[in-house]
Unconditional design. Structure first.
Length: 758
């Protein structure tokens, strides 16, 4: 029970739940004649479902009862059940009948520190046996697994809290009149916790609920009875919903193709870094260059976990009920959502949320051309919710949380100003109207909403819509190591991979993206599987960047836009690569948004569909913000520059590194004609003292390796055979190293040789 719920269930001046129940065991002292006397125990030590400090060495343990229902006593005391069970009764039927004596259930108390008070029964204490009703309950009847001790105690307590003092007194009077065997003394003096405690000790969970319903009916409390029924229905639906969500989100495939072994999410998930601020721009850590901060966000950032989102029952009203969760492509947003959902299912967080409904936009696409209500959508994905009543979606005492994962995958236009108001949850309208009215806080306004997206879409949220923004930043250095230790079950393999990425600074940096970590792990696992654990791991950075680009451009893009032809893909990469080259020439790593109109490049394609770029706000002046676009990492800008260079030469015969004044020397270089481009690229790199083109040169040589040529084959207009490339390229680089005209640049030339030796 949450602290807030416990406070609600315990009236002022009463005992806590922990003070209500004592452990009980049958004593072995001489038993008094129950026809003559019975005792009144003093107030018992409380119910404590945790560790019990009492001495349990003399307790008796029995086999599990035949009833499938949970035993409340089994959780509060270890009683000798042989003397409490009537062996002559049918195991499938319980009949509670009025007798002259009180139930032996409370004749003895096992608490040695409890003093027994002997009291002689009077005739006034004994009711007429003929007046007692029977509770007939088939104990072999399947009890719904959602009916637990915790729920039953909480449900009955909250139900009785709905009664006035007079109504509660009547409730207790009926209990004493009809079911005196449950009490040693009239229950009027019992507080709420003790009263519910007594019921659960003497009856099964289902019987306790049934008895509560019966008494409420007798005192004419229909509304309170309906309140209890609502709690029971919600509890059953929540249980079924948790079962469904556990199946969907409890396991995850290890590989990107989602075809590998499924493992429990808890075994592989590593909590990434989430910040309380947004507009932080890309990670600019670089092996060679020192790149200034690209954003202007100077707010102190607080590190968050998924459990810190909607942390309490009373959210900060300044932000409303909408949290916008952004992050660049591959930063791990969807995996964080999985963790969020599973934590709720396992009751590790967000216990104040009654129902959680994940509605990924990838799945909502089936409603794009239909009119549907939000309730219909929920019941389509989660049929068990059909039992819920309409008021359950709007009542203040029923907190619902919706998770809309992947708003960037929604192709419709979000018009926040001209869309008609929708406040009826069963009104069938277009998907666009539902999304806008939910995010505007008009539809199901008491609910909570978590929306994830790549950065661009956050700009479409209007200024007057209250919301909070948080940002996924990926893995920190310790989290990178933890990921590989969890992902690779073999400790030796994990140690090898960690040592491998630590030996390449750029690999280590790029592993801040969980997607990149997954690519590295996939490749290393393949090599270990085919060649053994001692096999050599890839030396080429270019190969991993090619895999990253193709994964974003093809595998991830298919959920956001229709497939493109090779010509369309080639054209897009040429335009984006040209932009990367021009920015690098100016030593620039960001471009203001309005300049994109002159580039003939779709910002949605660059930022949302392909995920190769990111977008964020910069505030150069007070009360003035400008939108900027950057590549997801400076090395991706350098990789696309190299790809642009090789595509230009292979497909168009254009050498982007060629100096106009040197055209007259064109063709004078001995060897393959493409080697002219590489010679120009080497010269350009060596002449840039700041190392601006060092990584471009590495990627350029790496892209010409056969492994990368095979991956990028569809981007070339004609096949190219160059069997002697490695020898010629090696000779060129070795010559430059030997000449030693640029001593401080020699190390980068040696890295280029590594790219050739894949």
């Amino acid at each position: 029970m949450d602290d807030t719920d416990e406070a609600m269930a315990t009236p002022a001046g009463s005992s806590s739940i922990g003070e209500a129940v004592s452990g009980r065991a049958m004593t072995h002292s001489t038993e008094p004649n129950e026809d003559e006397i019975y005792y009144i125990p003093e107030r018992r030590p409380s119910l404590d479902l945790g560790p019990d400090p009492m001495d349990t060495t003399n307790w008796h343990y029995v086999d599990q009862a035949l009833s499938p229902a949970q035993s409340y006593k089994s959780m509060t005391s270890e009683e000798n059940s042989d003397e409490m069970r009537d062996e002559d009764r049918s195991p499938t039927r319980i009949e509670l009948e009025r007798t002259d004596s009180f139930s032996s259930c409370y004749s003895f108390d096992s608490d040695d520190c409890e003093k027994k008070t002997i009291k002689v029964k009077s005739k006034d204490d004994i009711s007429d046996p003929s007046d007692e009703p029977e509770i007939k309950e088939d104990v072999n009847k399947d009890e719904h697994p959602s009916v637990t001790v915790a729920f039953t105690f909480k449900a009955i307590s909250k139900t009785l809290e709905q009664l006035s003092d007079f109504q509660l007194l009547r409730f207790k009077s009926i209990l004493w009149k009809d079911y005196p065997q449950s009490f040693n003394t009239p229950p009027q003096s019992l507080d709420m916790v003790d009263l519910v405690d007594r019921l659960l000790e003497c009856y099964s969970l289902q019987e306790s609920l049934h008895l509560t319903r019966t008494v409420l009916t007798k005192i004419g409390q229909k509304s309170t009875l309906e309140f209890l029924e609502t709690l029971c229905i919600r509890n059953e639906v929540r249980y079924a919903l948790c079962q469904s969500l556990r199946k969907i989100y409890g396991e995850v495939s290890e590989d990107l193709a989602m075809e590998g072994e499924k493992r429990p999410l808890d075994d592989v998930f590593v909590t990434p870094t989430i910040t309380s601020t947004s507009n932080n721009g890309p990670n600019t850590e670089h092996e060679v260059l020192t790149i200034e901060q690209l954003h202007s966000n100077n707010k102190p950032a607080k590190m968050l976990t998924t459990r810190d989102i909607f942390p309490s029952k009373t959210e900060d009203l300044r932000y409303g009920n909408l949290v916008f969760f952004t992050g660049v492509a591959g930063s791990g947003k969807s995996m964080a959502v999985r963790r969020f959902i599973l934590d709720w299912v396992e009751e590790r967080s967000h216990k104040h949320v009654d129902f959680l409904f994940p509605l990924p936009f990838r799945d909502l696409k089936q409603f794009e051309d239909k009119e549907v209500s939000i309730v219909d959508m929920i019941e389509t994905f989660y049929p068990e919710t059909a039992k819920l009543r309409r008021k359950d979606f709007s009542n203040e005492d029923c907190k619902i949380l919706f998770i809309f994962d992947g708003l960037d995958e929604y192709n419709g236009e979000l018009d926040f100003y001209n869309i008609s108001y929708i406040i009826d949850e069963i009104c069938s309208v277009s998907l666009q109207k539902i999304v806008v009215n939910l995010m505007r806080g008009r539809l199901l306004y008491r609910s909570l909403f978590l929306v994830t997206s790549r950065p661009q879409v956050k700009g479409c949220i209007p200024w007057d819509t209250a919301h909070k923004r948080i940002e996924m930043r990926g893995f920190s250095d310790p989290e990178k190591d933890e990921y590989f230790k969890k992902r690779l079950k073999d400790a030796d393999q994990a140690a090898r991979v960690i040592a491998y990425i630590n030996s390449y600074k750029t690999l280590r940096i790029m592993c801040h993206l969980p997607l990149f970590c997954s690519l590295v792990a996939d490749e290393c696992e393949r090599i270990f599987r085919e060649k053994g654990i001692q096999a050599e791991l890839p030396k080429s950075l270019t190969y991993m960047y090619t895999k990253l680009m193709l994964t974003l451009m093809r595998q991830h893009r298919k959920h956001r836009a229709p497939d493109r032809s090779p010509d369309e893909e080639r054209s897009f990469l040429m335009k984006l690569g040209k932009l990367a080259f021009n920015m690098l020439e100016k030593n620039s790593f960001k471009i203001i948004k309005y300049q994109w109109t002159d580039l003939d490049i779709s910002d949605r394609e660059a930022v949302i569909n392909s995920g190769l770029c990111t977008q964020y706000l910069v505030a150069p002046f007070v009360l003035h913000q400008e939108e900027y676009v950057s590549f997801i990492h400076p090395t991706m800008q350098e990789y696309l520059t190299a790809l642009y260079a090789i595509l230009s030469y292979r497909n168009l015969g254009k050498n982007i590194f060629e100096q106009p004044t040197k055209n007259k020397f064109k063709g004078m270089f001995k060897g393959h004609k493409e080697m002219e481009m590489y010679k120009c690229a080497v010269d350009k790199s060596l002449q840039c003292e700041d190392g601006r083109f060092d990584f471009v040169l590495r990627f350029l040589f790496g892209l010409s390796a056969q492994t990368n040529q095979d991956l990028l084959e569809s981007l070339y207009t004609s096949p190219s055979k160059w069997p002697t490339f490695v020898e010629e390229a090696t000779a060129l680089i070795t010559k430059k190293i030997r000449e030693n005209q640029y001593p401080n640049r020699t190390s980068n030339l040696q890295q280029c040789l590594k790219e050739l030796d894949f």
